[in-house]
Design a protein. Sequence first.
Length: 74
Amino acid sequence: MQPSNDQRVGELVGVLVDHFRRLKRDFQVTVSDRIPLSQKSRKHFVTVARCDDVTQPDFAKTRDGFVLHWPMSR
């Protein structure tokens, strides 16, 4: 059983790196607080914000793209 607050991001990156090594291809990881998004030939960004006042993940529009409001308890 996986604990509710367990993070598996590092494990996922390790599996992907191993996969790309076997294929003899480069694998690049970029860590950022904003995810680039192309929508109708326009560049936008998606950011994630942890919020006390939301119970479900929810998107909102911003000046340069979107923000994903993520509940603090998740």
